[in-house]
Design a protein around this ligand. Structure first.
Ligand SMILES: [Zn+2]
Length: 142
């Protein structure tokens, strides 16, 4: 099936998708704050400039938009039918960067938690409850 959008429209649509990432980040940050977790955001001292850094838990959180980060087997992450190669190479580059950043962070002793957009949208309460459990588990292991 051909892309329903013109090239220009597609760029516009994609830039909106990108700004949606920010919305889901905000959701996670608000939840963390409301539950007493203290964090820094977009700390560029660390590989990949994690969306959220929880120093007390030695944990970083990436809130990934499924499209931009190429979530495997995810229907939110469908590649557009036009300029497919362009999008594929862009998204593959992002995925490679994500892997390298995660490895670098883990090597420095950080716990890396990835929250996917689709998980948050499908069931935010559940995803955030899981996050809380993960953080408590990490805290206990200190
Ligand atoms: Zn997804």
């Amino acid at each position: 099936m051909a892309d329903v959008f013109t090239k220009e429209k597609r760029s516009e649509v994609m830039s909106k998708i990108r700004s949606k990432d920010t919305k889901i980040e905000v959701l996670v940050r608000k939840w963390l704050f409301a539950h007493g977790f203290r964090f820094r955001k977009n700390d560029n001292r660390y590989p990949g400039k994690p969306d959220i850094v929880l120093p007390k838990y030695k944990t970083v959180i990436f809130v990934h938009g499924c499209f931009w980060h190429g979530h495997e087997n995810c229907k939110v992450a469908n590649i557009p039918k036009t300029r497919t190669d362009f999008w594929l190479s862009k998204i593959n580059r992002n995925k490679e960067k994500d892997v390298l950043n995660t490895e670098a962070l883990r090597k420095e002793g950080w716990n890396v938690i990835i929250i996917w957009e689709c998980e948050l949208k499908k069931n935010p309460e559940q995803r955030l409850a899981n996050l809380r459990e993960e953080l408590f588990r990490i805290e206990k292991n200190f």
